[in-house]
Write a protein that binds this ligand. Structure first.
Ligand SMILES: [Zn+2]
Ligand SMILES: [Zn+2]
Length: 160
């Protein structure tokens, strides 16, 4: 499937002249999307909003998606359902930039939402990310996937 570039680049320029408190909500619904540099997601759904604040723009997002990952044990590709519920403040210009480690509202008025979407979706991955709860993993000596076969090595591996 052809990769879709920059579908998450969003114009926020018109917010700059709006009063503090002005906000707008957007729907997200992508059957399949590739987020640079490495995230493949399907069924990316949810909402996000931008609100004009004194300092800049507050992004609030509530997303869910199925993302491509690999089983921690056997390394096979798997699909994991993740949720991401986050806020990110984009501040105007360099004002307060030194004290706050925040994103800036870009000068061209376009925010690349792929960056926070990717970061927070990946944060939603569970630490124990396995193809099944009883995945047998791979042989550390020869790399055999022990779900699909055996090898001559001793497999007293305890993952608990
Ligand atoms: Zn596995
Ligand atoms: Zn082996």
């Amino acid at each position: 499937m052809e990769k879709i570039r920059h579908p998450l680049r969003t114009n926020v320029g018109y917010f700059l002249n709006k009063p503090i408190g002005f906000s707008r909500e957007f729907q997200v619904d992508f059957a399949q999307i590739f987020i640079e540099p490495d995230l493949n997601a399907t069924n990316l759904k949810g909402t996000f909003s931008f609100s004009r604040t004194r300092e800049g723009l507050l992004l609030q997002a509530d997303l869910e998606a199925d993302i491509d990952a690999n089983c921690n044990r056997c390394l096979e590709p798997i699909t994991v359902h993740v949720c991401a519920d986050f806020e990110e403040l984009y501040v105007f210009e360099t004002r307060m930039k030194e004290e706050l480690d925040e994103e800036e509202v870009p000068n061209d008025g376009y925010i690349e939402l792929g960056v926070p979407f990717r970061d927070y979706l990946l944060l939603g991955l569970p630490l124990a990310n396995t193809c099944s709860p009883d995945c047998r993993g791979i042989c550390l000596d020869c790399g055999q996937n022990l779900n699909t076969g055996t090898c001559e090595h001793n497999h007293g591996i305890d993952y608990s």
